[in-house]
Design a protein around this ligand. Structure first.
Ligand SMILES: O=P(O)(O)OC[C@H]1O[C@H](O)[C@H](O)[C@@H](O)[C@@H]1O
Length: 319
């Protein structure tokens, strides 16, 4: 035995392979999961390219997903990060998008998985540097004919989900592949998971004006940090340059930064609205979530033929 242990072997002379991120598909090909060697993970449903789970290395879920969310492609997912495109809400007075359902068709279309890439981890390099990137695509060519009829433009969308050890970045690129301009809005409808909404404070929006959708769409100004004490539905416009920071019991939980997304929507349905949504469960689940939704939704991004628009969010965890 001793002799064997001391003998140089082929195995012993090969440098140890550093662990790499794992990317796997579910058996039914409905979702893709990426896991870093340190345990952080993200799961994306091809339906809507909806991020339905994001866990830190210790397995703690960071996004809220309704227990009654439909994950079978029959309706938009209640929770995670649904994608809003090309209209936020409905826009009956905007001819191009007037026929579209609430929040458009991106969240209810099946996207293609375009591929993955991961940061190379050289033997001996720090695990902290590892990351994985997943790309998804949707274009007019693979859109359901019924959705194409409601918004007859040639477009391309690339959605990138980038998992790092302490953050998640999601980024959307819209291109106009048509020979005429089109208008669009985009929003990353992120359901952040919290332990107790009554202990939550959202800062970084003070001084910003907002449309208060639960008070007759009045325009108001955010005076200080925001606490959630009832139904809340606000469109901050412009939201300002500061990061939006979510604290719980005074401790920082999430820091949300934005790239080229001038608006932030803050939404919590509270008791009655939550009870009225068939896919919102449990009924008191509103206590465990707050939507902080970076987007470009006040007015329109007009894209000329060949033009592109890119917007991104990064959500960083505090340890
Ligand atoms: O029920 P959904 O279509 O998913 O919309 C959920 C919510 O999305 C956004 O946050 C809007 O500001 C809300 O007005 C809306 O209720």
């Amino acid at each position: 035995m001793v002799e064997r242990a001391n003998r140089p072997s082929a195995l012993a002379s090969t440098p140890a392979l550093a662990p790499q991120p794992q990317v796997t598909f579910s058996d039914d090909n409905s979702r893709v999961t990426a896991v870093l060697p340190t345990g952080e993970s993200v799961e994306v449903l091809l339906y809507g390219a909806t991020v339905i789970s994001w866990k830190s290395g210790d397995g703690t879920e960071k996004l809220w997903l309704s227990e009654a969310a439909k994950l079978d492609g029959t309706r938009a997912v209640r929770g995670g990060i649904p994608l809003v495109f090309p209209v936020f809400g409905t826009a009956p007075d905007h001819a191009q998008t007037a026929k579209l359902p609430q929040h458009g068709f991106a969240r209810t279309s099946r996207w293609e998985f375009l591929g993955k890439s991961s940061s190379e981890s050289a033997p001996g390099s720090a695990a902290a540097d590892l990351s994985v990137k997943l790309d998804f695509g949707l274009s007019s060519a693979n859109l359901d004919p019924s959705a194409r009829a409601l918004w007859p433009f040639q477009f391309g969308l690339i959605y990138t989900v980038y998992l790092n050890r302490d953050s998640l970045t999601t980024s959307l690129v819209v291109t106009n592949d048509d020979d005429k301009p089109f208008d669009c809005q985009v929003l990353l409808h992120t359901y952040l998971r919290v332990k107790d909404i009554t202990a939550v404070e959202i800062s970084g929006l003070a001084g910003a004006s907002y449309v208060d959708k639960v008070d007759g769409a009045k325009t108001k100004t955010q005076s200080s940090a925001l606490t959630i004490t009832g139904e809340t539905d606000r469109v901050y416009s412009p939201a300002g340059d500061a990061a939006v920071i979510v604290t719980e019991g005074g401790a920082k939980v999430f820091t949300v930064t934005r790239d080229n997304l001038g608006n932030v929507v803050v939404w919590n349905p509270w008791t009655d609205k939550a009870a009225g949504m068939a896919d919102f469960a449990p009924n008191d689940g509103f206590k465990n979530m707050v939507c902080v939704e970076p987007g470009s939704v006040s007015g329109w991004q007009t894209l000329e033929p060949g033009d592109a628009f890119e917007g991104a969010q990064t959500i960083t965890l505090s340890s």
